[in-house]
Design a protein around this ligand. Structure first.
Ligand code: SAM
Length: 225
């Protein structure tokens, strides 16, 4: 139902009861490791010298560098649109996206980290247009033909086999939908290589975000999905 914040999480341990406790311990440990890695990866997304923790709190140092309102304004979203935010983390951008599409819109916030999504749900509890979705690293988990915008902010460098991953996103777009990637400038070249391999081109979105790029991915002429 649209009135509640939906959460699609992984099924619980399908193994027998005997191994359930061991599996729970292993997955708790795995979750801890993933959480620490995520924090590390997100910290690395901020410029050196910044205390920013991406997706965590929205400190003034983080806001100064990332300018989330400026980024989201540049996306040109309208009320009622449907957005996917891949690798949403703790929801640093999600709240801005949710306001941009309004209560009639939808933001599907995905992540591989259940802990990050739990934090996001807390932050977005007054925004029923936000849905969280736990996904596997190599699959977007987005359904076909639905999204007006798919945003990957500070995450494209983390997906395995980016050329395959990025190319597959286009099947999830609604007609006239867009895939937008943003990140640190020094990661743009690697993205360009993956895009070329996927027969995509980078079309810059002009926005004043020093040290970061914002680009739309578009299929090269003749590309087939
Ligand atoms: C650097 S943080 C960025 C968070 C948020 N997008 C932002 O801009 O503040 C990267 C996030 O991507 C998630 N992530 C890493 N690999 C992913 C994948 N393959 N699919 C979805 N999320 C992923 C991490 O768990 C983490 O929450």
């Amino acid at each position: 139902m649209r009135g509640t914040l939906a959460a699609i999480d992984k099924p619980v341990n399908p193994a027998g009861r005997g191994s359930a406790r061991r599996t729970a311990c292993r997955s708790a440990f795995g979750g801890l490791v993933l959480g620490v890695f995520t924090l590390w990866a997100c910290q690395k997304s901020a410029p050196s010298g910044s205390s920013a923790a991406v997706g965590a709190g929205g400190s003034s140092a983080q806001d100064e560098y990332r300018r989330p309102a400026v980024l989201v304004a540049a996306l040109g979203l309208s009320q009622g649109q449907t957005v996917a935010e891949v690798g949403a983390g703790g929801g640093y951008l999600t709240l801005h996206l949710a306001r941009a599409v309004g209560p009639q819109g939808r933001v599907v916030a995905t992540d591989v980290d259940a802990g990050a999504l739990a934090a996001l749900r807390k932050r977005a509890h007054e925004l029923p247009q936000v849905e969280t979705r736990l996904v596997l690293p190599e699959q977007s988990g987005l359904e076909g033909g639905r999204y007006d915008l798919i945003l990957l902010a500070e995450v494209a460098h983390l997906v395995p086999q980016p050329e395959k991953y990025l190319g597959a996103l286009f099947a999830s777009l609604a007609p006239h939908g867009r895939v937008i990637v943003s990140g640190r400038l020094d990661r743009r070249e690697r993205l360009a290589q993956a895009a070329t391999a996927a027969r995509l081109q980078l079309v810059e979105v002009h926005v004043d975000l020093p040290g970061q790029f914002v680009t739309e991915l578009r299929p090269l002429p003749g590309r087939r999905e």
